[in-house]
Design a protein around this ligand. Structure first.
Ligand code: HEM
Length: 477
């Protein structure tokens, strides 16, 4: 995600910059009693000038604490959490920054998008994702487009895609069984892109689709992690060339849909959308369709690593696998999956929630303060970066336990915000939850596998990914 500082780009689900998810700041240890609990809503106050900034240090002039961050990686945030609590200041990657780990404060900041804070993206986002993408739209324009696109990615729209999601999951599970052993991280990436191809673009949910989109998206995302120099064969030129190839691919799908029928894909749904207007609606412009298909693709970059956790936690012998298996057996359904199947599998749904919670692939969201405001009794100054560590209370990488049961109790909603909150909440959440649930069902119902290293750790800085790629996994029928 970043020409932004490494961290800023990677943030949002978003995928942009998925290979630079900012995770080093998570809270392994929390200093109790060092911060004022954030109970009040973040209010703009008449005079905040007397209010203290959060504790912490801005480090050296210009470089701030960036070198410390690069040297210490994951422990950079953990050490400061232990010292300063759930809100502290630093200066990294050229920006004075407030780090927010308090769950209630995170929720409040995200809900105040557009009033107290706004999302920040690197300049190259306009070229790589597109100026009409949700990521770059702001204020009313963003809300209007989000509402409209919400119809193309709604729960109802996803129900119409269940057959495609099931076929795609079956294709990959069969492939993995035939492979005997494979790299879980790489293969779930291909699954994620084939799933995206099928559900969003109306392509076959098969390996060639997954491989092609994975390669193009790797090149495109590389554009966030390099200097934006357009020399032949430079990584940035490769990113722009990937953008062109994907645009051609989307246009090809649009032409085919207009000639035949729109089908049930999200792209087909977008073609049927009309921009609200007093003089009768007009179809969504081609720019909006293309750029928001890119926004969705960047979002989808988190789906593969999330699915990799399914392989890790539902391997043969795991308790979660036994309970999913028992739940599926009790339902006895063998025909194509239906919305009712997905609605009536509480433990299986809890497994998906837990897979999204543990080792979160999107651990922080990046904002800029639009004005001075108060948070947890401290002042957040206008213009500073604000890193919102969603689900911070549960981010204990490699030191956490997989317990789907936690989602079966009433307090479940407090555990994490895997899809963010407020106006910028994930557009693809219904789709990816359904896709992950279908993958869990097909895998556990029809296959079994063992992990060579069930306890394989995940690295968290600069990217959230399994240290050995979850390899190899041995599959048997
Ligand atoms: C496990 C997979 C996913 C995770 C964890 C995830 C997470 C998130 C999060 C946390 C945000 C909020 C970003 C912010 O507030 O700055 C977000 C936004 C977004 N996501 Fe996802 N996402 C996932 C999959 C998807 C998929 C499959 C799509 C589309 C098909 C998608 C499309 C988007 C878009 C377009 C936005 C931007 C929304 C806006 O700015 O209004 N995401 N996602």
């Amino acid at each position: 995600m970043p020409a932004l500082p490494i961290t800023q780009g990677s943030r949002n689900c978003l995928g942009p910059v998925p290979s630079r998810h900012v995770t080093f700041l998570h809270s392994r240890t929390v200093a109790l009693g060092r911060y004022k609990a954030c109970r009040s809503s973040p209010e703009i106050q008449g005079d905040l000038s007397q209010m203290d900034l959060p504790e912490g240090s801005l480090g050296l002039p210009i470089v701030g604490e960036t070198l410390d961050l690069l040297l210490k990686g994951d422990s950079f945030g953990a050490a400061r959490n232990a010292k300063f609590g759930k809100i502290w200041k630093t200066s990294i990657l050229g920006s004075p920054t407030i780090m927010v780990f308090d769950e209630a404060a995170c929720r409040k900041v995200l809900k105040e998008e557009g009033r107290l804070v706004e999302v920040i993206w690197p300049d190259v986002t306009a070229e790589l994702v597109g100026p009409s993408s949700l990521n770059l739209l702001k204020g009313e324009e963003h809300l209007k487009m989000k509402r409209l696109l919400g119809e193309a990615f709604s729960e109802q729209a996803v129900v119409a895609l269940l057959a495609e999601l099931e076929t795609c999951a079956q294709n990959f599970c069969q492939r993995w069984a035939q492979m005997g052993s494979f790299s879980g991280y790489e293969e779930t990436k291909f699954w994620a892109w084939a799933m995206f191809g099928a559900a969003v673009l109306g392509m076959p949910g098969q390996l060639p689709t997954g491989r092609k989109l994975a390669r193009l998206m790797d090149d495109l995302q590389g554009g966030f992690q390099t200097v934006p120099v357009k020399l032949p064969a430079s990584p940035y030129s490769r990113a722009l060339s990937a953008r062109k190839d994907i645009t051609d691919l989307i246009n090809g799908q649009v032409d085919a849909m207009q000639l035949q029928d729109r089908g049930t894909s999200c792209l087909g749904n977008m073609l049927g959308l009309e921009e609200p207007s007093t003089s009768g609606g007009s179809p969504l412009s081609n720019d909006h369709i293309i750029d928001n298909t890119f926004a969705a693709a960047f979002g989808n970059a988190s789906a593969g690593p999330t699915a990799a956790k399914i392989l890790q936690y539902l391997a043969a012998g795991s308790r979660a696998r036994e309970l999913v298996s028992a739940e599926l057996a009790a339902r006895g359904s063998r025909g194509p999956l239906t919305a009712a199947d997905l609605d009536n599998l509480p433990y299986t749904s809890a497994v998906v929630q837990e897979v999204l919670r543990i080792t979160p692939i999107v651990p922080a969201l990046f904002r800029r303060a639009l004005q001075d405001f108060e948070l947890c009794g401290r002042r957040v100054p206008k213009g500073w970066s604000v890193y919102v560590h969603t689900g911070a209370s549960t981010q204990k990488y490699n030191d956490d336990s997989f317990q789907p049961e936690r989602w079966l109790c009433p307090a479940a909603a407090e555990y994490t915000l895997p899809f963010g909150l407020g106006p910028r909440m994930c557009l693809g959440r219904h789709l990816v939850k359904a896709a992950l649930t279908v993958l869990v069902i097909v895998l556990v119902r029809d296959y079994s596998w063992v992990m060579e290293d069930p306890g394989e750790e995940w690295s968290v800085f600069p990217t959230v990914l399994p240290k050995q790629g979850l390899a190899p996994i041995h599959h048997n029928l």
